[in-house]
Design a protein. Structure first.
Length: 212
């Protein structure tokens, strides 16, 4: 589990492609200082397992499955490219952002970047399965970054990016046309399933449980 608060940007040091899968070597400092083999780490919002850790060179390796390559933008990474890194949440820590599982729901495309003073408004085109969970002022994770939805229409939503986020994450490098990993708010997904499920929530349901 993560909070969507990026600890640092790491750098892809090596890419080893296998039969349908891929092994990445990523260098960093702060986010990986207490990592060990078997730990979870968020890379561009994707929860992955550390398979090897090199303390002296502050890098770690992760294996990426064919399914993850199909459902995320990790397959397009290149050596030298920067990635957002966040270590798993620890009990007792202050929780900012929102609950982020690292299980990507889909990939969106940056369609517009509009400068508004010191900030940028990003307009993201997203698949229907993501848009079902989008509400104004709701939470959304872009490449692992916890953000608040400004507005939305049928197949797009917008988020406002402050200067700190532009400096501290890969959004500062993103251009129109670039792909971003999207994870909808976990609570929103549960609520949506309850309302749209087999039984759904209607007046009879509310009456049966004493709400009406």
């Amino acid at each position: 589990m993560f909070a969507g608060l990026i600890e640092e940007m790491g750098t892809v040091k090596n890419i080893k492609r296998k039969a349908g899968s891929m092994e990445l070597t990523i260098a960093g400092k702060k986010a990986i200082e207490d990592l060990k083999k078997g730990d979870s780490v968020s890379v561009n919002g994707v929860c992955l397992t550390v398979t090897s850790y090199e303390l002296r060179v502050t890098s770690f390796k992760i294996d990426i499955s064919p399914e993850t390559l199909r459902k995320t933008n990790l397959g397009t990474l290149r050596i030298g490219e920067r990635v957002n890194l966040e270590g798993a949440l620890k009990l007792g820590e202050r929780l900012g952002g929102h609950f982020v599982t690292g299980h990507i729901d889909g990939v969106g495309t940056i369609k517009k970047k509009i400068k508004e003073g010191d900030t940028f408004l990003f307009e993201i085109e997203a698949p229907d399965e993501i848009m079902d969970y989008i509400i104004p002022k709701g939470s959304i994770a872009l490449d692992g970054i916890s953000l608040t939805v400004v507005d939305f229409n049928k197949n797009r939503f917008s988020v406002s990016i402050i200067p700190h986020t532009l400096e501290a994450t890969t959004l500062g490098f993103k251009k129109v046309g670039n792909k971003v990993n999207l994870e909808a708010d976990m609570i929103g997904k549960y609520v949506f399933k309850m309302i749209k499920g087999e039984k759904g929530i209607d007046l009879n349901f509310l009456k049966s449980y004493g709400y009406l």
